[in-house]
Design a protein around this ligand. Structure first.
Ligand code: HEM
Length: 423
């Protein structure tokens, strides 16, 4: 492979086998760690804009993440393509889809405080209980079948049901929430793009339906608060300020997208990886309480469900390493590549649940946007692995992962599995 062959902007790049991706990022890390890529022409024809620089070293990603005043999120945190300026329901699409993830301090800090105030110790304990109960129910439900699509029947159910329960989404609406959040994150892949619709139209339609659902839920709770996060967000106040209905709707979409797709993919990659490494699977079941925390980190490091997040340089003359950035330069923080930096991880492409993968950036690098749900995600992964080890320990994938075509989410759409049910 030559460095000129690498085009992180090209859809085809993200459809290549993972070892191709590994090789490409290794090359970028050693030969051109701030390489510039143009945005594809079909987008710039309609929305003229700059390309982006890729950050691929662990130390550079850490630095950009920490220096949030220099490299901000407010001009598009999640995507190298600018969403700013495109309107949805009279709101800028960037702030609508991003909520706090696309904001900078002080607004970001305030919003994060309001949201955190909704997670009281009592509510956290209740959420942890629901994770346990929902995981048990999922495994009991599929148990006797002997085979399943691990993504649809297990991995996607747990985070979805946990978030829906946390927010108080009525049971009758859970499938709608599942379908629409798939569209928002997976619209680049034909399987999730509704027939006859373009990507932007599909995303907007899905967001519209989720907003309508949230509006109904908020209306209901206006006079009759319930014991859920939606009610807490509606009534929470920090420095005399409350969230608007639109802010809550956009936070709901962020939670669905940030909390669902990520955890689902971590679990699915985990199942694929344990299948590929049966010795590690046996070791995990035999010494679960010691190895599970390491396995949960290693799965997220290796899979890096969020491939990158974007930042924007806020002024001229900002340096990272030997590169100088100018105001408005976009930088993509490739968490996926930082998690395979041999300076930090020995034999980085190897999946190894015995390693201490603590410094991985699967949940983002240290900084104001570090994943708000990391604790919950770790809990979901550990609890689900424990239930699997208990009831269907011989589970294994019977086909390679059917991967999502995306430059942003390292996803699996289907993973057929087979197993024997113990109890
Ligand atoms: C394995 C599962 C997960 C992974 C890999 C993951 C990954 C990430 C990453 C990389 C970021 C950093 C964004 C940035 O750098 O701009 C982030 C932020 C965030 N995550 Fe997670 N996440 C996971 C699970 C969850 C869950 C379960 C929730 C909530 C239910 C959640 C909620 C959020 C929120 C709200 C933010 C934005 C925080 C902010 O901007 O201040 N995540 N996540």
């Amino acid at each position: 492979m030559k460095i000129e062959d690498i085009d992180l902007s090209a859809t085809e790049f993200w459809g290549q086998p993972l070892n191709y991706r590994e090789e490409a990022f290794d090359l970028l890390r050693t030969q051109d760690p701030y390489r510039y890529f143009e945005i594809p022409e079909e987008i710039t024809e309609m929305f003229p804009q700059k390309g982006f620089h890729s950050l691929v070293r662990h130390s550079d990603v850490a630095e950009a993440s920490r220096r949030s005043e220099d490299f901000c999120s407010g001009q598009g945190a999640t995507s190298v393509v600018d969403l700013k300026g495109i309107e949805l329901f009279g709101e800028d699409m960037n702030s609508f889809f991003g909520s706090m993830i696309s904001m900078d301090d002080p607004r970001h800090q305030k919003l994060r405080k309001i949201v955190s105030s909704g997670f009281t110790p009592r509510r956290l304990a209740a959420i942890e209980d629901s994770v346990q109960r929902i995981a048990e129910e999922i495994i009991q439900k599929i148990g006797k079948q002997g085979e399943c699509d691990f993504v649809l029947d297990v991995a996607s159910r747990l985070p979805l049901l946990v978030i829906c329960e946390m927010m108080g989404v009525p049971e009758s609406q859970v499938d709608l929430v599942f379908e629409k959040s798939n569209v928002i994150l997976g619209a680049g892949d034909d399987e999730y793009l509704p027939e006859g619709q373009d990507v932007l139209g599909a995303i907007m339609g899905a967001a519209f339906e989720l907003t309508a659902l949230m509006n109904d839920m908020l209306e209901e709770r206006q006079d009759n608060p319930q014991d859920d996060l939606t009610s807490a967000l509606l009534h929470a106040e920090v420095d005399g300020e409350r969230l608007t209905t639109m802010e809550i709707a956009s936070f709901f979409i962020l939670l669905l997208v940030a909390g669902n797709e990520t955890t689902r993919n971590a679990l699915s990659w985990g199942m694929h990886l344990l299948t590929e490494h049966p010795d590690q699977k046996t070791a995990l079941w035999n010494d679960f309480e010691v190895l599970a925390p390491k396995a949960a980190e290693e799965i997220v490091r290796w899979s890096s469900p969020v491939i990158y997040m974007r930042r924007t340089a806020t002024r001229d003359g900002l340096r990272i390493g030997d590169h100088e950035f100018s105001e408005g330069d976009k930088v993509a923080l490739y968490y996926w590549a930082a998690n395979r930096d041999p300076q930090v991880f020995e034999d980085p492409h190897r999946f190894n649940i015995f390693r201490e993968a603590k410094e991985h950036f699967g949940y983002g690098a240290p900084g104001p946007h570090f994943c708000l749900g990391a604790h919950l995600a770790r809990r979901e992964i550990t609890v689900m692995l424990r239930e699997i080890g208990r009831s269907i320990p011989d589970i294994h994938a019977t086909a390679p992962p059917d991967r999502l075509l995306s430059n942003f989410i390292n996803g699996i759409k289907h993973l057929p599995c087979s197993y024997n049910f113990i109890s």
